[in-house]
Write a protein that binds this ligand. Structure first.
Ligand code: NAD
Length: 308
């Protein structure tokens, strides 16, 4: 059956203003309304949401406003015959720019200058500490929307870019592609190891003791994907033992990052609060994607970003 109602679950306010998001659907052919927990849905309802809820399995279609849909039970959606879509395809510039800014700062030392500015101190780094990212090697693990956006940006900065991907199809800006089982070979010469894979059973703990040991000791980990892709205890040990030089992290095993985490204390770790995709027009980008899928749904076309 066709859709006759789009619901916006209030959990969207984790990342966007919910009222502005609802307003963005003004021109849609079906009405849009905010909804909280405990509502009963039917097959003619669509829901845009941040979190999964059991009652969503009675709807016709559920759209996850995140690219990472690892909290959704895709099998349950398939069994219930409910379409599930995610929001990949819109985070290239936002997450790409944060990843690039992490790399630039770790090389050019913005973060250290700001630390000292906070103390009103004219700090001069040791001669051999600053470097340029130009000519350095970045290994981008996962070449989807975000990985490709990072690869083109690194390439534009004059970096040498290699990547890890399941298919060996060439990617613009990437000089060499390794398969997932060649991960070690791919990361061992990289100055920056950039994680842009989804969190799945295969990518869980992808960087752990063994990987940090074989990485260069002047290498940096950039994680803008999901926390558990990096074994956080192993990362702390590697930083303490100078097995690697530092990290730029937007995502963590536990979020918000607990106050007691040792990660807060490293000069060469930059922490951002899982806000890599934040932009003042994020709600509009998400609404465009949902509206395109409403049109596809009503025309009987395949939905974009269908994951179940
Ligand atoms: P995407 O689906 O476009 O890209 C993911 C890529 O990873 C795909 O090309 C896929 O084939 C590849 N991949 C999957 N498993 C792999 C493996 N084992 N080895 C190598 N490659 C593998 O998704 P995207 O929009 O680029 O987002 C990627 C991930 O980033 C999301 O799943 C999400 O968890 C995370 N993310 C984080 C933020 C943030 O705010 N920090 C924002 C958006 C997305």
């Amino acid at each position: 059956p066709d859709l006759d109602q789009l619901y916006v679950h209030e959990s969207v306010e984790n990342v966007i203003p919910k009222e502005a998001f609802v307003d963005a659907f003004d021109d849609l052919s079906i009405p849009t309304a905010l909804v909280g927990d405990g509502h009963e849905f039917g097959r003619t309802d669509a829901i845009a949401t941040y979190v999964p809820r059991p009652e969503f399995l009675d709807a016709g279609w559920v759209h996850c406003i995140r690219a990472g849909y690892d909290e959704f039970d895709t099998e349950a959606y398939e069994d219930a015959g409910v379409r599930l879509t995610n929001s990949t395809g819109i985070h290239g510039s936002t997450v790409g720019e944060l990843a690039l800014s992490f790399m630039l700062s770790l090389a050019r030392l913005d973060h250290r200058y700001r630390d000292h500015q906070n103390q009103r101190t004219w700090w001069e780094p040791p001669y051999d500490r600053p470097f340029t990212i130009e000519n350095e090697r970045a290994c981008v693990v996962g070449l989807g929307t975000i990985g490709k956006a990072i690869a083109t940006r690194c390439d534009a900065m004059g970096m040498e870019v290699v990547g890890v991907r399941r298919s060996d199809e060439p990617v613009p800006g990437v000089s060499d592609i390794f398969s997932p089982d060649e991960l070690h070979e791919a990361i061992e010469d990289a100055r920056f190891v950039v994680l842009t894979v989804p969190h799945t059973p295969e990518t869980d703990g992808m960087l752990s003791d063994e990987e940090f040991e074989l990485m260069r000791d002047d290498a940096y980990v950039i994680n803008v994907a999901r926390g558990p892709i990096v074994d956080e205890d192993a990362l702390v040990d590697a930083l303490e033992d100078d097995e690697i030089a530092g990290a730029g992290l937007d995502v963590f095993e536990t979020e918000p990052l607990p106050e007691a985490s040792p990660l807060w204390d490293f000069d060469e770790v930059i922490i951002s609060p899982h806000k890599a995709s934040a932009t003042n027009r994020y709600h509009l980008d998400l609404a465009d994607l949902v509206m395109e899928n409403v049109h596809r749904y009503q025309s009987g076309d395949l939905l974009k970003n269908r994951v179940a």
